[in-house]
Ligand binder design. Structure first.
Ligand code: PYC
Length: 333
């Protein structure tokens, strides 16, 4: 057995969506803040990301997190999010996976019935409250970064679909929120290929015609997520098919998408602070959320979302690179 690169990981899933938590083998990434480290990673570590996310070690809907020393004193760990889509500023299901792994492997000091884990992410500090019983992380409530509706009632022209109306909201990533019925498709997994194609076309049109940019951080920009709402979705319970670049669906309800959805509903006057909101994924798993306060993001009014979900560890692994492997950075079919 030969290896010129060995990375240790604890694999998990959050309500169906994988998070490969890389616990060893990645040296500290240069940069004064986690946003700087994400920028460094985008420029210099894309091969490492593809090695861990793409085939044959990953798959087309793979997601993960590189654990790092934090860049600020009030955080326990730093996180750089990796995915088949690139390096995200923030990832909600991934953070629930990270908090669960940190608790269940003893990488943070664990107290029962609740352990608080503060994570330094490229989008800002997030706090995870982990409900722990007999050493098991039963569920995680995450206080996310300030979230906001960037635009309500926007529209873009999409080849093959015509004019598509959407709201643009930010919850750690930007989400174009679209009623699935408005493009003539049913909320049916048998039609997933059509829904995905439409999602990618809408993303391309948004990025060309009306690209969103975070008012406080120009590095956070662009739309890589389209949140298709199922008929009947409202401010108490929504169901979504979350189409993500370059071509997959979130299996979880999507934490940053749930935050964006709550910010959108709040901006529309439909979700007051404190009211419970349930968001359901394409496979029927759930996050429960609420808005717990107001804030600002780059000078614009924002809300502070929380959401809760569960994660389970699925394995531990050392990912290796044989020097003769013809795919040292993986491949995409
Ligand atoms: O849970 O925030 C999330 C997320 C982003 C992309 C996939 N999941």
């Amino acid at each position: 057995m030969r290896s010129v690169r060995t990375l240790s990981a604890v694999d998990s899933h959050t309500e169906g969506m994988p998070t490969r938590v890389v616990t060893g083998g990645v040296p500290p990434i240069p940069g004064a803040t986690m946003a700087d480290r994400r920028r460094f990673a985008v420029d210099n570590l894309d091969g490492l990301r593809r090695f861990l996310m793409d085939e044959p070690r990953g798959h087309p809907a793979m997601s993960g997190a590189l654990l790092q020393p934090p860049s600020r004193e009030d955080a326990d760990w730093g996180v750089v999010y990796i995915e088949v889509s690139g390096f995200l500023p923030m990832c909600g299901h991934g953070t629930i996976g990270v908090a669960t792994v940190l608790v269940e492997t003893g990488m943070v000091e664990v107290t029962e019935p609740e352990t608080i884990v503060r994570l330094d992410t490229p989008a800002g500090l997030v706090e995870a409250r982990v409900a722990v019983r007999d050493g098991r992380a039963e569920h995680v409530t995450l206080r996310n970064v300030p979230s906001f509706a960037a635009e309500l009632g926007a529209a873009v022209t999409v080849p093959g679909l015509g004019e598509v109306g959407y709201d643009m909201a930010y919850g750690g990533n930007f989400y174009a929120i679209v009623d699935l019925a408005s493009i003539g498709l049913p909320f049916d997994r048998a039609r997933k290929d059509d829904i995905l194609r439409a999602g990618l076309d809408i993303m391309a049109a948004v990025n060309e015609q009306n690209r969103p940019v975070h008012p406080g951080d120009p590095l956070i920009g662009g739309c890589k997520h389209v949140q298709f709402l199922a008929p009947g979705s409202d401010a108490r319970r929504s169901r979504n098919a979350m189409a993500i670049h370059p071509g997959w669906f979130d299996r979880s309800p999507c934490g940053t998408g749930t935050s964006a959805r709550m910010a959108q509903l709040h901006a529309r006057g439909e979700l007051p602070l404190g009211a419970e909101f349930v968001n359901e994924s394409f496979i029927g798993t759930r996050f429960t959320g609420r808005l717990v306060g107001t804030a600002e993001a780059g000078g614009r009014p924002a809300v502070v979302p929380e959401f809760s979900g569960r994660a389970w560890i699925t394995g531990t692994a050392n990912y290796m690179l044989d020097p003769a492997d013809p795919f040292p950075e993986g491949f995409v079919l």
